[in-house]
Design a protein around this ligand. Structure first.
Ligand SMILES: C[S@@+](CC[C@H](N)C(=O)[O-])C[C@H]1O[C@@H](n2cnc3c(N)ncnc32)[C@H](O)[C@@H]1O
Length: 490
């Protein structure tokens, strides 16, 4: 069993201290109010400090663990009771300062959980190489994109503080979590124990600790930062050059997933001069036999990218180090870096569905169920793919309830003429696509009652085309509308 930061008895004492003091999301919310909660999210601790001047146990815990304040030793002793202060000091949860005691770890409340991680000292002091990240934007992005359907076994690769494993505990019967960093695993073990969870925690590089085993769901927020091979910061650098770690994860999917199992991870990928980024990324999944949906959510310029990640780790100002990183980009003809979410699914078909595309619009969170529905629709389409999707014409399709049409018209001197028509989903993934009059007519007729085939004769007459030719064009159009979720099986 992985040793945590505290022995089991002390974790129970810490938990008792947090519970009895009211250091829970509702307890903290009620004490500091929504305005201070919002301000803290923006790193403004003034309203929080104003709301916690009473010196009681909850106020002390909030000031120490959320505001990073130094508080008098007697107040911290009372706040942590029944965990003795000297044991909290020995475990490295807090440290003695000139005028009291201050936190050396972040004890965050997140959803209904307590999460232990290193204190975020970005901009204050350089990070330690084995810095254990707290819950940041990337972690929340992955948590939101994860399919939350019940599974038997789940794996979190590179667990860090254990945030993804906590989410997995809500819908997986057994959770395994790995990390290359023993220190991260001690934090994860403490997070698990504090929340009454029991995870299998394994140390080692990427999939090595689980070699030969399969899981229903694998998630990873890996150290995906691209550049020359480096292991400077464990949370960020994988030791692989370029986007090697993300390619390696995709290659591992067929041996890591159960039949029908899913792998989801955050990734960065290189945009290399003269190559379509989609082609490069598609190569990661070619040969895996897995279905894949890879969505690019953002693109960064190399200089901005290097500045961002150097700032993120509070790397000391060192133009030579930044220069080396940028020189590597130049030498490898990297024009930009893409950021996105990779979802792979192992399925026993010989015609895997692979889509690599941009999803730049703001989506309705969380993304997870939309990802699951994308795969559901793909399965449904896969059974109707023969003969250019001809079987689709016999299906009853209905318009998505939140589908909207926007028409753009230009004035030709005499009247307004519609020259562009755009269909858009107002919820979920909020896809928007320009459609031609035939596609629009097909969507308009999709009332869920009669098959598309019934419309063809009328449409062929209206657009003056032979019915067979229209059928051949209409079927793939319907398939792409189903893929996007504009049309749904009735
Ligand atoms: C970006 S952090 C993610 C932490 C956490 N899962 C989250 O979602 O916030 C990446 C984690 O991967 C771990 N890691 C780095 N290199 C690794 C490797 N080669 N194999 C396994 N884990 C690794 C780091 O120690 C770190 O905990």
């Amino acid at each position: 069993m992985m040793q945590g930061l505290l022995p089991a008895g002390d974790v129970a004492r810490l938990r008792e201290a947090l519970e009895t003091a009211g250091y829970t999301p509702p307890g903290i919310g009620a004490r500091i109010g929504p305005a201070a909660v919002d301000a803290v999210r923006r790193n403004d601790f003034r309203p929080l400090l104003k709301a916690t001047t009473d010196g009681d146990r909850l106020a002390t815990l909030i000031r120490v663990f959320i505001a990073g304040h130094t508080e008098p030793a007697p107040a911290v002793t009372a706040a942590l009771a029944p965990l003795p202060l000297e044991r909290a000091l020995a475990a490295g949860l807090v440290e003695a300062a000139a005028d009291g005691v201050r936190a050396t770890v972040d004890l965050d409340v997140y959803h209904d959980w307590w999460i232990l991680s290193d204190v975020d000292a970005s901009g204050v002091r350089p990070m330690r190489p084995d810095h254990v990240l707290g819950v940041g934007n990337a972690a929340s992005t992955l948590a939101g994109a994860t399919i939350r359907r019940p599974v038997r076994t789940a794996l979190d690769l590179g667990t860090g503080c254990g945030v993804q494993a906590l989410h997995l505990s809500g819908h997986a019967r057994a959770v395994t979590a790995t990390d290359v960093s023993p220190r991260a695993l001690r934090f994860a073990a403490t997070t698990a124990a504090l929340n009454g969870e029991d995870w299998e925690l394994l140390e080692g590089d990427l999939v090595r600790p689980v070699a030969g085993r399969r899981f229903d769901l694998v998630v990873s927020n890996p150290p995906f930062v691209v550049g020359p091979a480096s292991t400077r910061y464990a949370y960020r650098d994988s030791g692989r050059a370029g986007d090697g770690i993300c390619a390696e994860l995709a290659a591992a999917a067929p041996t890591l997933l159960t039949e029908g199992g899913t792998m989801q991870y955050l990734a960065n990928w290189l945009h290399v001069s003269g190559r379509d980024w989609r082609e490069r990324v598609r190569e990661w999944v070619d040969g895996t036999g897995c279905d894949a949906w890879i969505i690019q959510r953002d693109v960064s310029d190399p200089v901005d990218y290097v500045n961002l990640w150097r700032r993120d780790a509070s790397e000391p100002a060192d133009p030579a180090r930044a220069g080396e990183w940028l020189d590597w980009f130049d030498a490898n003809r990297v024009e930009a870096v893409g950021f996105g979410v990779v979802t792979l699914r192992r399925r026993g078909r010989d015609d895997p569905a692979v889509r690599v595309e941009e999803l730049a619009q703001t989506v309705e969170p969380p993304l997870g169920e939309a990802v699951a529905e994308w795969f559901d629709r793909w399965d449904w389409l896969a059974d109707r793919r023969s003969d250019g999707y001809a079987p689709l014409l016999s299906e009853r399709l209905r318009r998505a309830p939140d589908l909207r049409l926007t028409q753009h018209a230009g004035h030709d001197g005499e009247d307004w003429t519609v020259d562009r028509q755009v269909l858009a989903l107002t919820g979920g993934l909020r896809w928007a696509e320009e459609v031609d009059p035939v596609a629009l007519a097909l969507v308009s007729g999709a009332d869920g009652k009669s098959p598309a085939r019934d419309q063809l004769a009328v449409l062929a007459a209206a657009f003056d085309v032979p019915e067979a030719a229209l059928a051949a064009t209409a079927a793939p159009v319907l398939a792409s509308m189903v893929e996007r979720g504009f049309l749904l099986p009735a």
